[in-house]
Design a protein around this ligand. Structure first.
Ligand SMILES: Cc1cc2nc3c(=O)[nH]c(=O)nc-3n(C[C@H](O)[C@H](O)[C@H](O)COP(=O)(O)OP(=O)(O)OC[C@H]3O[C@@H](n4cnc5c(N)ncnc54)[C@H](O)[C@@H]3O)c2cc1C
Length: 402
């Protein structure tokens, strides 16, 4: 019976859950990860539509945990610059890695490539069970009893919900995570560009929503797009014949990379924002999208999620080293204090930015134009945004600090 009792069970093997498991390797704790998906495989061929811009802080964590060397070099692109401009005016800001003495401003990766590398790092050392769904949770004297789809049960002292935006762990714990429609839908896909992307991430703010052209690695050096717009417009764009879509996309990008052409399928889905009413419950904690879903316009969602994972792991290791119970309310409260305020602030800032760029009133348009120009011309302000984009701000776990 004893072999069924775990110190930590992580439900969800996305980037947040996988990083948490990697951070607990060699801790002496009995840790298990459960995921509903089949074994993660490194992607090959065309770039997959789900990509993320990782910050310096996230890449530092992946390096320190021995995960980054497992990522194929052609599936991870360090980008040196970022160009943000207002599609309806003259405001433009350019950021460069050299402004901050950084190796890169960020790293573009396919989500599947990171998960496959985490799996490769973690699975040989602790159980990462694939194709395993949680179907029930019951309180247990030690923590939680988990029932899996095949009827097997296990007991854990601490349950970590890393099961994404539609977290069933969050729901079963009775923690509210009411979705808030952002008013945007996203059209995503991989594109070929006439002009080389030059390892620059570009974002044009259009009244209907931002269009991001994200540089990817590989021989063809394609870009990934995230085009946020209204529901009706997204559905229209997704249904356009390929030639018409390419034309609309090239126009929306103001030809910054010449003619653009979609490669492979286009994804189209609503952008929903959420924030869990609490990150912790009795013997339980939430990390990543299970705790918060932010608008993708600032490319910060999984970066916040990986910091949640590292901070929670740090607090657990701290408690363990002092002989304290892993899931004591004090330990879990420290985790929540360190992450929730920061994540809420980030979510509100992205929301404010989105709102500002949607406003039709002339004074607000002027303000955002002046704002972008002001940032461009004021080195300290620019420095502030670069530090933010690199993930150097906030209460960082030791794993992410320089
Ligand atoms: C268009 C778009 C662009 C984005 N761009 C960026 C970006 O540039 N930078 C950035 O930082 N973020 C970005 N994000 C956000 C980022 O993709 C998410 O924050 C991130 O993928 C969430 O990771 P996660 O590990 O928390 O959850 P997920 O990736 O959703 O993983 C959850 C895991 O839980 C498993 N699971 C679910 N239910 C169960 C169950 N009952 N039992 C067992 N397992 C279960 C699933 O199989 C899955 O593996 C973007 C998001 C979107 C929509």
């Amino acid at each position: 019976m004893n072999d069924q009792i775990w110190d930590v069970v992580i439900v969800g093997g996305g980037m947040a859950g996988g990083l948490m498991a990697a951070a607990l390797l060699d801790s002496g704790l009995r840790v298990q990860l459960l995921d509903a998906a089949p074994p993660p495989q490194p992607p090959t061929g065309l770039i997959r539509p789900r990509v993320s811009a990782l910050t310096e802080a996230s890449v530092r964590m992946l390096r320190r945990l021995g995960v980054e060397p497992l990522l194929a070099a052609d599936r991870m692109l360090p980008y040196q610059s970022m160009q943000v401009w207002d599609g309806d005016g003259t405001g433009q800001v350019d950021f460069h890695a050299r402004d901050a003495g950084a190796e890169a401003l960020g790293w573009m990766v396919e989500n599947d490539a990171v998960v496959a590398a985490l799996y490769q790092r973690v699975a040989p050392q602790l159980p990462w069970r694939v194709a395993t769904s949680v179907v029930d949770l019951q309180r247990h004297a030690l923590g939680w009893q988990i029932t899996l789809a095949d009827g097997e049960t296990l007991v854990t002292r601490l349950l970590v919900g890393a099961d994404g935006a539609h977290s069933s762990v969050r729901d079963r714990l009775g923690i509210a995570g009411t979705p808030r429609p952002s008013g945007h839908w996203a059209v995503v896909g991989t594109i070929a560009t006439e002009l080389p992307h030059g390892a620059c991430a570009r974002q044009r703010f259009i009244d209907s929503g931002p269009l991001a052209l994200l540089p990817m690695g590989g021989a063809d050096a394609p870009c990934s797009i995230v085009w946020s717009t209204s529901e009706a417009d997204a559905k229209r764009l997704a249904a356009l014949p390929e030639a018409a879509f390419n034309q609309a996309l090239t126009l929306a990008s103001e030809g910054v990379l010449g003619a653009l052409s979609i490669q492979g399928p286009r994804g189209c889905f609503p952008i929903i924002e959420r924030h869990a009413s609490s990150y912790v419950g009795r013997h339980a904690a939430l990390i990543g999208d299970a705790a918060h879903v932010v608008h993708p316009l600032a490319g910060q969602g999984i970066n916040l999620g990986m910091l949640d994972a590292a901070v929670l792991a740090e607090e657990l290791l701290r408690a363990h080293a002092r002989g304290l119970p892993l899931s004591s309310p004090a330990t879990l409260a420290r985790y929540e204090r360190r992450r929730r305020g920061h994540n809420l602030l980030m979510q509100q800032s992205f929301h404010g930015l989105k709102w500002l760029f949607e406003q039709p009133a002339l004074p607000l348009r002027l303000l955002r134009n002046l704002g972008l120009r002001g940032v461009q011309q004021a080195p300290p302000l620019k420095q502030f945004f670069v530090q933010q984009a690199l993930g150097r701000r906030g209460d960082l776990p030791a794993l992410a600090r320089a």
